[in-house]
Ligand binder design. Sequence first.
Ligand SMILES: O=C(O)C(=O)C[C@]1(C(=O)O)C=C[C@@H](O)C=C1
Length: 131
Amino acid sequence: MHDRVIDATGGTPDAPGPSRPACGTSGAPAEPAAPLLRVSLPSVEDLGTVAEARAAIDGLDAALAVLLEHRAAVAALVQRLKPVGGFAGRSPDREREIVDAMAEHAPSLGRDRLATIMNAVIEAGLDAAGR
Ligand SMILES: O=C(O)C(=O)C[C@]1(C(=O)O)C=C[C@@H](O)C=C1
């Protein structure tokens, strides 16, 4: 279970990844270019009761909801920018790349379960973008 600072873009807090460019003046703490989502990742070993575990799930789900909402907005933008957007412009190759990259962060879920989850996420985003 994760219990440290993780930069899922591939960088570290000291060496930001490509989608989190450093900014600010040298010597001062770097200001992020965009808002950051902070989420507590409690260790499973530290959760002893159903109430504690459910509180942890509630925190994780709140973060997931924020991420899903933001992802849907960015995916909607892609639909407007692509020559053919929406369900008609679906790209199985791109979707495979997404799942492959995510599978590295979720070894216990595994690629097939992630593919099912991401298919639902992508379809929900396309559906919302079409309204
Ligand atoms: O990357 C794209 O081309 C998109 O349209 C975005 C997106 C996604 O939600 O990630 C949606 C549909 C495509 O099948 C692939 C990916």
